[in-house]
Design a binder for this molecule. Structure first.
Ligand code: TNX
Length: 519
């Protein structure tokens, strides 16, 4: 018997068991493999099968999400999935219907409902983002083969009868990719964004500059890319994004309701800039571009006459190509900058950012300076710094290295990654709360998972470090339900084959019994 048939039978039986309990919130419901876990999911016996003549019928405001889901459904089903603008009355029972319903505003900007029953498959939301997340949920309710790019004529495309009502815990659900230590192509970045959006992440932070390389075109300071981009942490040739490349990333992300957060790290972590322009150094001589700059050893020359104009030009040009309201200024590990100068510079920098019409965001280290709201600070290692920023009125994004850093080794023998904070296995990556000590819960706007790339060069290496930890973080950022590792571990195991179908090369942590769901 085909696995899909078998699982359909099992699915039905288990679905019935859960339904029969009459419990809307069964914590260990075995049939469920959705990540992140929805607020409410009520299963009932029965399934709906996708039909060859089915269409996607959507409110005109949801044309984007409708096209997205149709594109996903076409390759594996082989059905045409025409997308049509219309209301529920225009739909036939076999259609997937996306309904705009302002009455669902109480679920939040990103909330949605999914209803699968004998009448059809109905997705409801008050905004397009909610419709997109509803579509991602339906995608995960389908057999995993829906992820394949080739036709699978043997599958019956069944969706269990279910009623889901869902919306996020946090507004900020992010992932960061360090493209400075090793450079990743536009296509690699887009693939990563696409996968992140499947797990309902909505922020993509690009760490664009660091000691080892400068990765974004700045027209008024061309050496930054002419010279500063031509190295990476392995001594390789590096690379950079032209402004058009960057715009392509922004646009691709926006179609998936992901906002790009660009980071230009100042005043530390700046050797690539210092090597590009002598006037940013006290002796007027460019430094040497090098893959092995010691941590926290570099700083812009803050007394230099060229430095503030340089910083303003860079942030102005980045602001011009960034539709989102935030500019990330880094501000971390500026040990080579005299503390008083650091504080003064950060205050000037906030003015520069505001002149671009943007809000300043920095690593928690910026808490040292007298900054004012609106301000965002990203917690990574010292809760007291995050607390300082919070006391100055900052909102906090939580990225504690001990749990959220995707570049930490899973265990001592793991071949890739770093371990300065210790080892972070899948359980430790899942078991934490985003509220740092000393910070009020309402000041925390979300979570973000940084993927630093000192040791990572390829897409396969990114996958291995990011997955499955990132989807656990996505769940922490999204779900409003109480979480338990014991429950999650099983759900994650059931999700394993779905990673494979998506072509995600995840780390098979021994804490998870992947074999239970293997074919
Ligand atoms: C600390 S996190 C850094 C990065 C490194 C990372 C490695 C932060 C703000 N600074 O420069 O890449 O550790 O884990």
């Amino acid at each position: 018997m085909r696995q899909s048939l078998l699982s359909a039978v099992l699915f039905g039986a288990l679905g019935f068991a859960v339904w029969a309990c009459g419990d809307r919130d069964v914590p260990f419901s075995v049939e469920e493999s959705l990540i992140p876990r929805p607020s409410i999911a009520t299963y009932s016996p029965g399934t709906r099968t996708l039909q060859a003549q089915a269409r996607v019928v959507a409110d005109p405001a949801f044309a984007g999400p409708a096209r997205y889901i149709a594109e996903r459904l076409r390759p594996a089903t082989g059905y045409a999935w025409p997308v049509e603008s219309g209301r529920p009355d225009d739909a036939r029972p076999e259609d997937i219907v996306l309904v705009r319903d302002p009455a669902l505003a109480h679920l939040g900007e990103e909330g949605y409902q999914v209803e699968v029953d004998e009448n059809g498959i109905m997705l409801r939301a008050s905004s397009a983002a909610g419709a997109f997340y509803a579509a991602q949920t339906v995608r995960q309710l389908l057999p995993r083969e829906i992820e394949l790019d080739t036709l699978d004529p043997e599958i019956t495309w069944e969706v269990p009868f279910v009623r889901i009502e869902d919306g996020p815990r946090y507004a900020w659900r992010g992932v960061m990719l360090d493209v400075a230590r090793h450079f990743f192509s536009v296509e690699e970045v887009q693939r990563f964004i696409d996968i992140a959006s499947r797990y309902k992440l909505n922020r993509f932070h690009l760490h664009l500059t660091d000691d080892q390389g400068w990765r974004i075109q700045i027209d008024s300071w061309p050496n930054l890319t002419e010279i500063g981009s031509r190295m990476d942490s392995s001594g390789g040739p590096g690379g950079y994004y032209t402004k058009d490349d960057y715009r392509r990333i922004v646009e691709f992300a926006a179609e998936r309701f992901v906002m790009i957060i660009p980071e230009i790290d100042v005043p530390g972590h700046t050797n690539a800039a210092l090597a590009s322009y002598g006037e940013l150094n006290p002796d007027g001589i460019p430094t040497v571009l090098s893959p092995t700059v010691p941590f926290a050893s570099t700083s812009l020359w803050l007394d230099g006459p060229a430095t503030l104009p340089f910083v303003e030009d860079v942030f102005r040009e980045v602001a011009e190509i960034t539709p989102g309201p935030y500019l990330h200024v880094g501000g971390d590990e500026a040990a080579a900058t005299p503390p008083a100068q650091y504080r003064e510079f950060m205050v000037e920098l906030q003015d520069i950012i505001e002149r671009q019409g943007k809000t300043m965001l920095g690593w928690e280290d910026i808490g040292a300076a007298e900054l004012r709201p609106p301000l965002l600070a990203q917690h990574w290692v010292r809760p007291n710094r995050a607390q300082l920023a919070f006391e100055r009125g900052a909102q906090i994004i939580s990225s504690p290295a001990r749990h959220a850093y995707l570049d930490m080794k899973y265990h001592p023998e793991f071949q890739l990654g770093t371990a300065w904070i210790g080892f972070v296995d899948v359980q430790q990556a899942y078991e934490w709360d985003p509220v740092p000590e000393g910070v009020a819960p309402e000041a925390v706007i979300g979570v973000e998972s940084p993927l630093w790339t000192e040791t990572l060069r390829t897409r396969a290496e990114l996958d291995l470090l990011a997955f499955p930890r990132l989807v656990g973080h996505a769940e922490i950022g999204w779900t409003t339900r109480p979480r338990s590792w014991i429950e999650y571990r099983e759900r994650l195991a059931r999700h394993g084959p779905r990673f494979r179908a998506q072509g995600i090369g995840f780390y098979r942590s021994t804490l998870v019994d992947w074999t239970a769901s293997d074919r």
